[in-house]
Every structure is written in C-alpha cells, then in structure tokens.
Design a protein around this ligand. Structure first.
Ligand SMILES: [Fe+2]
Length: 472
C-alpha cells in the first residue's frame, strides 16, 4: 500500500493519496483535481473514494469535481449533509481499498461530522491514522467553528472532542503514525507544531491536550481559551464545501484570460473590480504597481490573506502576476473560494508602462533609517502590523500595534493626513498593509524593509512581554 502525504505550504494543509492494488483513495483534496488524477494514472490505478474528514472552513475542497471526473464515491462521517450526493459512513464502517481498507472512526468535536480514518494495509497492519482536525501535531482542532446558536456551544463541542480523543484515538497503539489535516500556520488550531506527523505515543507525551491526568473540565477550559476570531472567509468556505460550485475548469478558463493594458486600465477604474498584485516583494517595490492595486504576493501565505482581507467572496478580481504562474495563481485564489478572477495584465507592468500608464510606488526605508528617525522624533506614525501575540512578545518601544488581520474593521483609527511607517516581521504583511492604506486614501505610507527581523539588528529600543502570572 502506498500512503503519501501531500503538503501545501500556503494553507498548511495535508491531503493524502492512498493506493493499493490499483485502487486509490484521496483524503481531503484541495480544489484542483488534476494532480490527484495524474498520480492515479501514474500508478495505473482508479480513484475509488474521496474521503473527507469534515467540511473544511479554511479552504474549498475538490471532492465534487473529483467525483464528477472519476466516478469516485464521496464519503463523509455521520451527520454530514450536502447539496450533492455523499455517502455517510458510520462509526467503525470499513471501506475496502485494493488489498487493504480504511476504517471510519467518528471523532466529533472540531465539527459534529468530523471523522478520522484508520488505514490498514495488505498485511492487516494499521500503521497510520488520518485524524483530520480532531488531532494535530501539538494541538487539537478548535471547537468554536461549528457552534450552532441555541443548540451547541464551543464548550459542548470541546466536550465531544475530549471524548473522541480519549475513546477513539488515544486507545490506538502508541507506535501508530498520526497524519493530521493541518500543520503550523493554519487558523484551524492555535498551537500547532511545524512537524507534519508524529507517533501517537510521542503526542501523548508532548501534546498539551492529550495529558494523561487531564480532566474533561480542564480540557474544555484549555482548548477554548485564547481563541482569536476566525478569518472572515471561514463561514463562506464551509457553505461552499456543502454546495456545488463553479467547476475548477471553468474558474481556470475565465481567470487565466490575458487582458490588454487598455482594457485592464478601464477595468481597474471600475468600483466593483479589485486589482491584486501577486508578484514578488522585490518586483512590487522596485517596479511599482497600478494605482489602487492591493499587494498580496503569491510567495507567502497568499490564499489565507486573500481570504482574510477580501471581504466579498464573489469579488471580481483582476491581477498582476508572473506570466509563467498564471494558472497557479488562479488555482490559489479558488482554493479559498475566490472564483471570480477575470484575468491578468497581459505583458505585466512593462507592457502597462509602455502604454504610457502611470505606476504607483510605496515608499521604502531600511530598518536602520527607521530606528534613526524614531530616535530623533521625526517619524509621525510608526506602526507594527503583526498579530497582537507577536507584538506582545516583543516590539519596538513607541510603535503602535495595528494588526493586518483586522485592518478593515479598525481602519477608522487611521488618519489619512498623517504619514505612516509600517513594519511586520519580515516585510510581507507590511507591504500588504501599505497597499491597502494607499488604496484607502493614505498618501504617505512607507514600508520598513526587512521588518522586525532587521529592526532587531539595529539599536531600536525593544520591550519584552512579561507574562502576567509571573507578576503575581
Ligand atoms: Fe477544519
């Protein structure tokens, strides 16, 4: 039996490809279908099942399109309902695959339909368990996403999760490999390790949520404490995962349309069209961009930032991007449900300029210059756009926190007549924030190159967070 973990860094997501004697199961596929179909073809195998551990909130999964193309059966756990045909597996139900099988273990808690899958190979051994968002490496799935007003609270869901882990997962042998659905960087948990798998035995020793002496009350308290509001696109992705959406082929067809600079200019001036510049930080900063464009570079946590910042999931989007990567960029928009990409700037910024159209540039200073200006008092509004937790752990004295995650809801605090100097950790998020400041009418905005990483190398005065408990 072949079991492959397919890791996608941008979403910190793990899909799985399992093959035995010519039959394939795909677990938690991303929106695109071709990679899975190609893998099965290379093995001379047929995709028999698409298993879902749950309805994902942080990406749109591709089970419907994949089933349409391959004839595979879509399997969810108990309680799942969708607008398309699914098979609801029961707790303990076995699904034969070639010479082996997958056994569904109903593990509610993150959501009520959440299920794990125990993989058994041709020799009857069970070396892996796919735990979805029930158990991560170093963490467990957040229990607040599937709260149902009036019936289920996050504490109820955390209680289910405690029972699922104790009764269904922790009873498996210690040497079994835990294969979760997410790794560090995902907003589906709060404390995930950067490892993508581990033995159950090691997780019992190191994962706070699996402590042997933990009571149910302690578990509920710990997993529900410190949860930040989920990104705004999460409910939209859950809804899309229960629905039939525009097929990925149609999304790709429309989104990869080249748009001539003159048409692109007209479109960029329409109020209902958003321009996103997806190029590298360097290309964006050095060559400039189209007036009003947002910056969200494809070489970063692209899809989660699109999801967090573009508030309308049906937003019409045109983009600037590396022409060798247009297909990839449209795919990555659609992975989080942004299916209304209308095309890209043909010939890029060079072609735009050659038509005589103006470009806009974000100001830029080095970390050393920032520290110098801060010291001599010549800086009007120094701002740190990292998350509050990062800011509290350590920041430059005299710099305010204005997290990128909440830029829209807090924008009323920004005074467009002032000059802002933005930094993040390394320069990705600050460029996104700077572009949105500019698009919203803040004329004087400057990015601090290299962010906090570089600032620490200067003589910038730093504060350190003191944990409140140590003050008692
Ligand atoms: Fe999830």
């Amino acid at each position: 039996m072949k079991v492959e973990q397919l890791f996608t860094g941008c979403l910190a997501e793990m899909a799985y490809y399992i093959e035995s004697n010519g039959e394939v199961a795909i677990v938690d596929p991303l929106r695109e279908t071709e990679p899975y179909i190609r893998m099965a073809e290379a093995d001379g195998a047929k995709i028999k099942y698409v298993f879902l551990t749950h309805f994902h909130a942080d990406f749109v999964s591709g089970q419907y399109d994949l089933a349409q193309k391959t004839g595979a059966k879509i399997v969810f756990g108990p309680n799942a309902t969708a607008e398309y045909d699914i098979y609801n597996g029961k707790d303990g139900e076995e699904f034969p695959l070639g010479g082996g099988k997958l056994t569904l273990l109903h593990t509610p808690g993150h959501t009520m339909e959440s299920s794990s899958y125990l993989i058994t190979d041709e020799e009857g051994k069970s070396p892996y368990v796919l735990t979805g968002d029930a158990l991560f490496i170093g963490d467990v799935g957040r229990p607040d996403l599937a709260v149902k007003q009036g019936t289920l609270t996050e504490k109820d869901l955390a209680g289910y999760l405690f029972d699922s882990l104790r009764n269904k997962i922790m009873t498996l042998p210690d040497d079994i490999i835990v294969y979760p659905n997410h790794g560090a960087g995902s907003a589906c948990g709060k404390n995930m390790s950067s490892e993508t798998f581990d033995t159950l035995g090691n997780q019992k020793k190191t994962n706070y949520a699996l402590r042997a002496d933990m009571t149910k009350e302690e578990f509920i308290d710990e997993v529900t404490t410190g949860l930040k509001p989920p990104p705004q696109y999460f409910p939209n992705n859950v809804r899309m995962n229960k629905s039939v959406n525009t097929s990925i082929d149609d999304v790709l067809h429309k989104g990869t349309t080249p748009i001539h600079p003159e048409t692109f200019k007209e479109m960029s001036e329409q109020k209902d069209i958003l321009v996103i510049d997806t190029r590298s930080k360097e290309a964006y900063a050095e060559e400039g961009t189209i007036p009003g464009a947002w910056y969200i570079g494809v070489d970063g946590s692209f899809a989660p930032w699109v999801g967090a910042l573009v508030t309308n999931i049906n937003q019409k989007i045109i983009f600037i991007g590396d022409e060798a990567r247009i297909n990839e960029i449209v795919t990555r928009f659609s992975r989080v449900g942004y299916d209304n990409t209308l095309g890209y700037l043909e010939g890029g910024i060079t072609n735009w300029r050659s038509h005589g159209f103006e470009v806009d540039k974000i100001g830029s200073i080095s970390a050393a210059k920032f520290t110098e200006m801060l010291a001599d008092g010549s800086m009007e509004k120094p701002v740190d756009v990292r998350k509050e937790t990062e800011y509290l752990s350590e920041h430059v004295k005299g710099v305010e926190n204005f997290p990128l995650d909440f830029i829209h809801s807090n924008f009323a605090e920004i005074d467009p007549s002032k000059e802002y100097f933005l930094h993040c950790a390394s320069g990705y998020r600050s460029l996104i924030a700077a572009s949105i400041f500019k698009a919203n009418g803040v004329e004087n905005v400057t990015d601090v190159r290299g962010g906090f990483t570089d600032l620490k190398e200067t003589k910038a005065p730093l504060t350190e967070y003191v944990c409140p408990t140590t003050l008692l």
